[in-house]
Write a protein that binds this ligand. Structure first.
Ligand code: NI
Length: 170
């Protein structure tokens, strides 16, 4: 069991675009195991590989049961939008209301590289879209209006200060 460090905002790696996973081997298996362990340890419901500094399109989700999605893509099933409060392990202590399409269909690969398809709604749909955003270098705070972003200005500044402190020790 390996718990990896979770990168926090404003780590620049969180803004990078992840690449598809193409080789399914012991190494990718180990990455996925570490991600599942790290997510469980942090009591999160979703984690993308970029959050542990690995720029590959891999995510683990734990809503009802652990789900591994490799190279996921989604299509919106209907126009209905859903607004809910989101949080992120890379933005500790910050939550904000985000609007996203409520029902989606997802194409992905499992941890062995087999193709999988699924439909998702509610929290699972939100979580999958949130994780795919991570793979494209986006955090939920990028979706906020200036007014909603102003409301979380203080905790964001605190995270920036913490990051600077941690990275300017030498
Ligand atoms: Ni997140």
């Amino acid at each position: 069991m390996t718990i990896r460090d979770i990168l926090c905002y404003p780590d620049p790696r969180l803004s990078q675009v992840s690449q598809p996973l193409t080789v399914f081997d012991e190494k990718s298996d180990m990455l996925i195991n570490d991600m599942l362990d790290t997510m469980a340890d942090a009591e999160g419901i979703g984690l993308a590989a970029v959050q542990i500094g690995v720029l590959l399109r891999v995510t683990v989700i734990n809503i009802n049961e652990p789900l591994v999605l490799v190279n996921p893509e989604f299509k919106v099933l209907e126009d209905t939008m859903h607004c809910d409060e989101e949080g992120c392990l890379s933005l500790p202590g910050i939550r904000a209301e985000i609007t996203r399409p409520s029902r989606i269909k997802v194409k992905a690969q499992d941890r062995q590289g087999n193709k999988i398809k699924l439909k998702a709604e509610g929290l699972e749909s939100i979580c999958i879209q949130h994780e795919i955003d991570h793979m494209d270098g986006k955090l939920f705070i990028n979706k906020l209006t200036p007014l909603s972003k102003a409301k979380i200005d203080t905790p964001l500044r605190n995270l920036i200060a913490l990051y600077r402190e941690k990275h300017q020790q030498n």
